[in-house]
Design a binder for this molecule. Structure first.
Ligand code: SF4
Ligand code: SF4
Length: 166
């Protein structure tokens, strides 16, 4: 069972069976984390600055500004790295892309990624947005309740009632 604390190597193992059908890449792209920026720039033999300017865009998620490959048609068009329906940077694709979401564990994998990479429990606005995500049908995995993120009932109440803003 996938839970918040499941290690990334185990998640990547569960996700590894991407057969590069290109389906998910036609509707947007995954977010970059860690060494993704460096690795993709090296792979394309360009600077990180060039990579950002030419191929990446900023997108806010859970009150965090993140980078992802541009879409060639707004707002949900194909990823700029999708060529003839195949990922042209497959060996260095962003972590988010490696966490496949089309297998039977897709919903849990997506929730794991959200909890570990997108939501910031130290940012009250991020926590409030996570609450909305859960209320609108976001998958809940073990370790992902609001009370798990903010164990103090009083603090959580204050965050959710906007008494703690930042
Ligand atoms: S993650 Fe799934 S949908 Fe996306 S390219 Fe791989 S097999 Fe296709
Ligand atoms: S980087 Fe590759 S895997 Fe990720 S969305 Fe773009 S084409 Fe798909």
């Amino acid at each position: 069972m996938i839970q918040k604390t499941t290690p990334v190597r185990q998640i990547l193992k569960i996700s590894e069976k991407c057969n590069q059908c290109g389906n998910c890449c036609n509707y947007g792209a995954g977010f970059l984390f860690g060494d993704d920026l460096k690795n993709i720039a090296q792979h394309l033999n360009i600077t990180q600055k060039e990579l950002k300017k030419k191929y990446l865009e900023e997108k806010e998620q859970f009150n965090k500004t993140l980078l992802r490959p541009k879409s060639t048609k707004k707002p949900f068009g194909p990823c700029i790295f999708l060529k003839k329906n195949i990922c042209s940077i497959h060996s260095v694709k962003p972590l988010h892309c490696k966490i496949g979401n089309c297998n039977k564990h897709g919903e849990e994998l997506s929730a794991w990624f959200t909890l570990n990479y997108l939501v910031d429990k130290n940012d009250p606005e991020s926590v409030r947005q996570y609450k909305i995500y859960l209320e609108s049908g976001g998958k809940l995995i073990q370790g992902g309740k609001l009370q798990d993120l903010i164990p103090s009932k009083n603090k959580l109440k204050q965050i959710l009632s906007y008494k703690i803003l930042r």
